[in-house]
Design a protein around this ligand. Structure first.
Ligand code: SF4
Length: 394
């Protein structure tokens, strides 16, 4: 397989990211740790959050882009911060980046136990344009199993409070195919969520990630996964119900009313650049990427002492970047062409050495050819992860 000629591996730039770069801000505090979650987060109780907010602003001054195209406050549970803490953070980031006038989308992740009308109004006043609410399930027993600290009624109330406060774009996060879930009940739950009229739905098949309570319980036999056939039935029921109700599946697990897709996340799937702030946050600028330390205390200390909390950096070679670009890009319904893959990956040769893999998968019916583009076919969609691995390994 031909390889693009490589310059010495670049590292992340030692200064502010280029103007316009999408910005991610990681707030690592949660009310409690959910049993399926492998994001870096800590239970908020006992943590003084002010030093983290101060460190985030100091980190922003050193690295953050001016006028980011999109901003995403994730975590963790950003809505768990008090209004005064949110104000200090958002106003500080505005001074450093000018995001309010520049970003076309500012998303804040929220959980029902910490989102009331006053909190939603504060977030909107501070510049949020889009709230993403973690419902996850509508079955209170499942929510308990997940380790969530809210019930379904609180989730509905949080949604209504956000609308009363004036939120125009709302996403609802859901998880399906959890142990013991009934398919007919899931369809009914989806209908109840859709009756609210959210603009966007993220619906993921439950996964049992390393270092989570769910993974341990699976290995101990305390939990069991639904079989593959049932998982497929959940996947297809989700897609068809959402399609019937007018939600376009623009990504394997993400659905939106017309034009309301998550622009910040689309940039990830297009393998675009981004700058991450906060403990564990990852940045990708040019062909290099790196990540911050996964510890709140170490993060604050490193920022205070060195202004930098990055603990790893890498510069994948051109072929590795091309593999990732195919892997990510095929998750989008629009798919991608070999020329787009090369351009996004910064792969400098006229031929794409991975195109034969796409051709083979199209011959097998797992990808569709649309002119010069390739996209997952109806048969390939439920096998998206398997198809993606073909590009990572092939
Ligand atoms: S609230 Fe979200 S980030 Fe926090 S532990 Fe639960 S799933 Fe993870």
């Amino acid at each position: 397989m031909p390889r693009a000629p490589e310059a010495p591996p670049p590292t992340l730039p030692r200064g502010r990211a280029p103007a316009g770069t999408p910005l991610y801000v990681h707030l690592p505090f949660c009310a409690a740790k959910c049993h399926y979650c492998d994001f870096f987060s800590v239970a908020a109780e006992g943590h003084d959050r002010r030093p983290t907010v101060a460190a985030l602003l100091a980190e922003a001054e050193r690295w953050a882009p001016r006028e980011p195209r999109t901003v995403f406050f994730g975590g963790g549970t950003p809505s768990l911060l008090e209004s005064a803490e949110l104000r200090a953070l958002f106003d500080g980031l505005e001074r450093v980046t000018g995001f309010r006038g520049a970003a076309c989308e500012v998303t804040v992740e929220c959980n029902p136990e910490s989102l009331d009308e006053a909190k939603a109004a504060t977030l909107l006043e501070l510049g949020a344009t889009r709230l993403s609410i973690g419902f996850q399930a509508l079955d209170d027993a499942a929510l308990k199993l997940f380790g969530r600290v809210h019930d379904a009624a609180q989730a509905f109330e949080a949604y209504r409070a956000a609308r009363r406060a004036g939120a125009r774009e709302i996403n609802i996060d859901l998880i399906y195919a959890w142990p013991g879930q009934d398919l007919a009940a899931w369809r009914a739950d989806l209908d109840r969520v859709l009756d609210l009229g959210p603009d966007h739905i993220s619906a993921y098949n439950l996964t049992f990630e390393e270092d989570t309570a769910f993974r341990r319980w699976l290995e101990d036999g305390a939990l069991s996964k639904p079989d593959e056939e049932l998982e497929l039935a959940f996947f297809e029921a989700t897609r068809s119900r959402l399609a019937e109700r007018g939600y376009g599946a623009y990504e394997v697990s993400n659905f939106a009313l017309s034009g309301l897709h998550a622009r910040h996340n689309v940039n990830y799937w297009q393998n675009g650049p981004y700058l991450g702030l906060g403990p564990s946050a990852v940045s990708k600028i040019g062909t290099a990427r790196g990540g911050n330390v996964k510890s709140v205390g170490d993060y604050v200390r490193r920022i205070r002492e060195q202004g930098d909390a990055r603990v790893w950096e890498e510069a994948p070679d051109a072929l590795a970047r091309l593999r990732e670009t195919w892997w990510l890009g095929l998750r989008l319904a629009e798919g991608l062409s070999a020329a787009e893959a090369r351009a996004r990956a910064g792969f400098d040769l006229p031929e794409d050495p991975l195109q034969p893999i796409a051709e083979r998968l199209a011959d097998d019916g797992l990808l569709e050819r649309r002119g010069v583009r390739f996209a997952l076919s109806p048969r390939g969609l439920p096998l998206a992860d398997w198809v993606a691995r073909k590009f990572l390994e092939g």
